[in-house]
Design a protein around this ligand. Structure first.
Ligand code: Q9C
Ligand code: ZN
Length: 342
């Protein structure tokens, strides 16, 4: 497997995160990139540094004002007065707001959904590099059959115009739209992160040319709370082109794999020309914030089933947090995927 990555990934390394009333170490750390990259290399995969192919594929998915804000916010922080290592707000736009603000503090509340996505000195470089890895892996997948993008920070909770859930630029959506434009045909996205891929769903919700399917822990009392239910099927031309398969907390391999197979059947039914896998590894039984109890064998079985689609496939890293099993689960997934494609 070609492992596409960008060294700027480490330049965003948030320290703390306000969760359920207390400050905890931020789960989405730069160390994830090092750990996953080195584990893949040690398992014999080829590391490919992402080249800079520019911002067009980002702007194909994201709002230009939002992207400009992400790019410039740190440089414009003086507008907020004294700031520490990061800028972050506690005032978020609500659906009933009356106008788009002009100042930085208001824009932060407009463009972020929660307190998990601070902007720091290297945030833009890291999220831009992560998006470049997604585009390069999409290109490689179309040319050679499959590739893995070691994206970090992750992306699937980012909407066209908002950050949230540790995500800023939606790498999965960027890869999917890139592949759709390159092939001219419909593309499918299967998201197996433990959390619903709400941003990806939102980006393609009214469209019939990118099918979005997500298997995730029941969001009724779990992030992202406000989306991820089975009755969200898409809207307008996109009706029938979104599928959510929520799974009961504590599911384990058998129930989770049944949901993954159901997702794959939905993908096959739409006859896409290419596939993006939003590969969260936080469904693991060892993940510090996961709730689905999936084992290493479970990830390997899912990889084999997904590879069985035979489609050009870009595998994009999403969640999956620091624990001993994290690199082992990645290696098991990649190995099983490769084996099924030989
Ligand atoms: N109980 C991704 O996996 N809330 N984002 C965590 C823990 C935010 C996860 C609360 C979770 C965001 C890419
Ligand atoms: Zn997740």
């Amino acid at each position: 497997m070609q492992i596409v990555h960008h060294p700027d990934s480490v330049r965003h390394d948030p320290a703390q995160y306000f969760r359920r009333g207390s400050l905890i170490a931020h789960p989405e750390q730069a160390a994830r990139y090092i750990l996953l990259r080195d584990a893949a290399r040690d398992a014999g995969h080829d590391l490919v540094e992402a080249s800079d192919v520019g911002g067009a594929s980002i702007l194909a998915v994201h709002d230009a004002g939002y992207v400009a804000f992400l790019r410039e916010a740190w440089e414009l922080r003086g507008e907020l007065g004294e700031v520490g290592d990061e800028i972050l707000t506690g005032h978020f736009a609500r659906p009933q707001m009356h106008r788009q603000p002009e100042g930085m503090l208001g824009l932060l509340g407009l463009y972020t959904a929660d307190t998990s996505t601070p902007i720091r000195a290297g945030t833009w470089e890291a999220i831009y590099g992560s998006a470049q890895a997604a585009v390069c892996a999409a290109e490689l997948a179309l040319a050679q059959g499959h590739a893995y993008a070691l994206c970090r920070p992750p992306g699937h909770h980012a909407y066209a115009n908002s950050a949230g859930g540790f995500c800023y630029l939606n790498n999965t959506a960027i890869a999917g739209e890139h592949m759709r434009r390159a092939t001219g045909g419909p593309v499918a996205i299967i998201d197996i992160d433990v959390h619903h891929g709400n941003g990806t769903q939102g980006i393609f919700y009214a469209r019939d040319d990118v099918l979005t399917v997500s298997v995730h822990a029941d969001p009724a009392n779990y992030f992202p709370f406000f989306a991820g239910y089975a009755d969200e099927i898409g809207t307008g031309e996109g009706a029938g082109f979104n599928r959510n398969i929520p799974v009961a907390h504590g599911a384990g391999d058998a129930l989770w794999l049944a949901a993954v197979r159901e997702a794959l059947a939905a993908v096959a039914g739409h006859r896409p020309t290419a596939l993006v896998v939003a590969l969260g590894l936080d469904a693991s039984q060892d993940d510090p914030i996961g709730v689905l109890q999936v084992t290493r064998e479970g990830f390997a079985t899912a990889a084999e089933a997904i590879a069985g689609s035979g489609l050009p496939t870009a595998i994009v890293q999403e969640g999956g947090y620091l624990c001993e099993a994290l690199p082992r689960n990645l290696v098991a997934f990649l190995e099983a995927f490769d084996a099924a494609r030989e």
